[in-house]
Ligand binder design. Structure first.
Ligand code: ZN
Length: 335
């Protein structure tokens, strides 16, 4: 019998499954040009395509060792239900992070008001879908929306996920509109708390990071996507110094491999600090599992196990398997 090494399943705290269709395509000279191609892909989704294509992506996640996923969804309620069915078919735990989208993007993503968005949330909750509140970004949500959905998430103790500080332009636009930076606006509008997860925070400044720490909020880093989109380097050391919880996401699903996400995190920290072992291996593995589960409000999710007979693990002492997984393996060891 093949020996296996068990560990808590990986948790993908930030996925847009439909973006898997863009893998290998090269259009988009920068983030904003890529976004145009992404929006075209989003616009052609229907409940049927979501049901079929998301199931394939979720099977890929499952084979790569992810046993739970937070789907950050801005494609409408029927499509949200289809995503829930796709996850059930693929055997992965799903939390539907339903996006509030007030402006920009594609008209059919948008709700007319924060109240309409919260009505959609209530509809899904009534159908026993596990839901998180996801004001898409300070670009897509006016300040009044942030106040309304932030208050609802706090009152209902629901996870609140929001993109922020992925690209410098978003910060410039927020400063021009509100006179503050995105995470400062989230704090001002009641969207920062212990159930908040800020996705990316790539260009967060010291004050914004202090606000995250004071609130007990988490950050979700998606290093393979952030590299692919030219977002920048996550402020890994500055997050660690402040004790801010970190989880990971496959985001655009250009690459699906939790070990690679974790290796990238430590790689960014090593390159920027000139030191090794900036984040202990056990901590990295916790970022990949328990922190993600906490960010999604999940108490239980399945374990995963690595094949000790896999060539990448040949000759490795049992004590060194966790480190070998992070630094020397790809996700096919979980197959
Ligand atoms: Zn995202």
């Amino acid at each position: 019998m093949t020996e296996r090494f068990s560990l808590p399943g990986f948790v993908d705290a930030h996925s847009h499954a439909f973006q898997r269709a863009l893998r290998g395509r090269s259009e988009g000279g920068d983030f904003w040009a890529w976004r145009e191609a992404m929006l075209l892909e989003a616009a052609r989704q229907t409940p049927d395509t979501v049901r079929r294509d998301y199931a394939a992506v979720y099977r890929e996640l499952r084979r790569a060792g992810y046993t739970a996923v937070g789907e950050f969804h801005y494609l409408g309620v029927p499509e949200a239900r289809a995503a829930v069915e796709a996850a059930a078919e693929a055997g992965i735990e799903l939390v539907m992070l339903l996006a509030a989208y007030g402006r920009g993007g594609i008209p059919r993503f948008r709700q007319r008001s924060a109240a309409e968005f919260l009505g959609q949330v209530e509809t899904l909750r009534a159908a026993e879908v596990r839901v998180g509140i996801a004001p898409h970004s300070v670009r897509a949500c006016p300040a009044e929306w942030l106040e309304e959905v932030g208050a609802y998430a706090a009152a209902e103790s629901l996870p609140l996920h929001v993109h922020a500080d992925e690209q410098p332009r978003e910060i410039e636009e927020c400063l021009a509109e509100h006179g503050v930076r995105p995470i400062e606006l989230l704090a001002r509008t009641g969207c920062l708390g212990p159930t908040t997860t800020v996705v990316h925070a790539t260009h967060a400044d010291a004050n914004e990071l202090d606000l995250l720490a004071d609130a007990g909020a988490r950050v979700c880093l998606c290093p393979t996507t952030e590299a692919n989109l030219g977002d920048g380097y996550a402020p890994v050391e500055a997050l660690l110094e402040r004790g801010i919880g970190i989880c990971i996401g496959s985001d655009s699903n250009v690459r699906i491999d939790p070990l690679e996400e974790l290796r990238e995190l430590e790689g960014i920290a090593r390159r920027s600090s000139g030191r090794r072992n900036v984040i202990p291996v056990e901590t990295l593995l916790a970022f990949g599992s328990t922190e993600g589960a906490a960010a999604l409000g999940l108490e239980r999710w399945p374990d995963v196990s690595a094949d000790l007979a896999h060539p990448s693990l040949a000759g490795i002492d049992l004590d060194d398997v966790p480190g070998a997984l992070v630094f020397g393996c790809a996700a096919d060891v979980f197959a």
